[in-house]
Design a protein around this ligand. Structure first.
Ligand SMILES: C[S@@+](CC[C@H](N)C(=O)[O-])C[C@H]1O[C@@H](n2cnc3c(N)ncnc32)[C@H](O)[C@@H]1O
Length: 473
């Protein structure tokens, strides 16, 4: 009889549900193992849960490494929770991501053996992010091995980095983030040192006191522009001017804009209610293909610019446009998909809730001379009312949806089923939501799901984007 807390050793056979992998005991019992394991490893694990048909366990020790393993480059690997797959060869990551999509379609959507193409790899594996959000914390997270005299001497009430997974109040102090480009790491160090040298206080999530809240860094890869966005609880003009001078001395012309966002909100969202533009235009411009996109501090933009082009090419190809169609681009963010497909459609209407994304989308349409694109401010749970108020010639032939991780609102699914456009292109950042929504859209033969194309925008994480077309039956 296996007991909770017991150590078992087993071979990791494949990726399982969520972020775990699985193996089997000699008697055939499946074990889902959480932690930094790779398929092909022989590991020791400690049993955490005993279910009727399977066990859950936590990785404790590597016994024999898998050939799929590589040495993770990051000093914070295993703690920060950001890039949990750094220890796995990239080709193997892609195989697992494809499997995650296929498994979600089969187990959640009921699409067994559904065609899922090979995942399209990101051309750069590190330093690929065009945006990183760091948080300040007044409770620096220490590992057991950091509890030595030297580390304990350093102040524990000041950290700038990422949240410890599952802990909104504890921050892993980050020295260098490997998926961030070099200037972001320079800005991280500079702002961290500035705050410490000035003795600035850190916002406390329980008392709601303290000054420093978040540091958001954005870079345009093609445009070579760089934004520093510091979120604080108040606007201290002389202090911010001093920080601006230090940033400018370090970065010179490479720092194209610096914005101080100010909020008194009692949450940890990296967003100011008021924005003070200290340097530059308050936006950066990214180029994708021949298009230019202005991006404000809090607007949505795909975080891997180079790979975003591939994602949008897949979206365009799945939309199979002839030039005669009206397309609705739902959850359109800064309008990047709308503009990417505009020259192949008669009319594109983008719908988005977030005001700053919408403002950027409108400016981007003007800047790119896209006369057949327009945007509507809309919470998409009310799409039914919005679409019914449009003249008949503006109702969609093709609908593109690119929702957040939670997927489509049930009222939107119901409306798409009632509206029955010829095609829905689903761009998804969460295979589980895609599977659930595709199942609902396909119920009673309303739509038919085509092959699914995973596109990897997030190397070393378990995240994967997918593009799928649903054809009207
Ligand atoms: C995954 S992003 C997609 C953005 C865009 N398609 C792109 O590729 O850049 C999801 C977008 O949905 C927006 N959003 C979230 N909930 C929404 C809602 N209920 N109604 C409308 N838009 C929403 C977010 O602000 C965000 O811009």
């Amino acid at each position: 009889m296996i007991k909770k807390g017991q150590f078992i050793d087993l071979e990791i056979l494949d990726a399982g549900e969520g972020e775990s992998c699985f193996g089997k005991l000699d008697d055939g019992m499946s074990v889902f193992v959480a932690g930094p394991v790779a398929v092909g490893d022989r590991v020791e694990a400690s049993v955490t849960k005993i279910k009727r048909n399977y066990l859950e366990a936590r990785f404790t020790r590597l016994l024999t490494p898998s050939p799929a393993r590589v040495a993770p480059p990051c000093a914070h690997f295993g703690i920060c929770g950001g890039c949990k797959w750094q220890h796995v060869r990239y080709a193997e990551q892609l195989r697992i991501k494809r499997k995650i999509v296929a498994d979600a379609l089969a187990h959640i959507g009921g699409f067994a053996e559904h065609p899922v193409r090979e995942a399209i790899p990101s051309p750069i594996e590190y330093a690929y992010r065009n945006k990183i959000e760091f948080s300040f914390g007044d409770r620096r997270f220490l590992l057991p091995e950091e509890m030595d005299a030297a580390e304990l001497d350093k102040p524990r009430d000041y950290a700038l980095g990422f949240h410890v997974p599952g802990r909104f109040d504890k921050i892993v102090d980050i020295d260098r983030c490997h998926i961030a480009p070099p200037e972001m790491n320079d800005a991280l160090a500079l702002v961290k040192d500035f705050g410490r040298a000035r003795g600035l206080t850190v916002y406390n999530t329980r008392t709601h006191e303290g000054y420093l809240r978040n540091l958001v860094l954005r870079k345009s890869f093609a445009g070579d522009e760089f934004m520093v966005y510091l979120v604080t609880s108040s606007h201290e003009a002389p202090l911010i001017r001093d920080l601006d001078a230090q940033l400018a001395a370090h970065f010179g012309g490479r720092l194209t804009t610096f914005v101080n966002g100010v909020t008194a909100r009692k949450n940890t969202v990296a967003r100011g209610d008021q924005e003070f533009i200290i340097r530059g235009p308050g936006r950066i411009v990214e180029r994708l293909g021949t298009l230019r996109f202005a991006i404000s501090p809090t607007s949505f933009f795909q975080t891997n610019s180079i790979q975003a082009e591939r994602l949008y090419d897949e979206t365009l190809s799945a939309a199979a446009l002839t030039g005669a169609e009206v397309v609705h681009d739902l959850y359109c963010g800064t309008g990047s998909i709308s503009l990417w497909i505009a020259s192949r459609a008669r009319l594109v209407i983008g719908c988005e809730l977030e005001a700053s994304s919408l403002r950027d989308a409108e400016a981007n349409a003007r800047e790119n001379g896209a006369g057949n694109v327009r945007f509507i401010s809309l919470d998409l749970k009310h799409y039914a009312q919005a679409v019914r108020s449009l003249p008949a010639e503006e109702r969609p032939d093709v609908v593109i949806v690119d929702p957040p991780r939670a997927g489509l609102h049930p009222d939107l699914v119901a409306e798409l089923r009632a509206l029955r456009p010829a095609r829905i292109v689903y761009v998804s950042c969460n295979p589980a939501s895609l599977a659930r929504d595709a199942k609902a859209l396909c119920a009673d033969g309303c739509f038919r799901l085509g092959p699914v194309q995973p596109v990897d925008l997030f190397p070393h994480t378990a995240h994967i984007e997918s593009v799928a077309a649903l054809e009207r039956e």
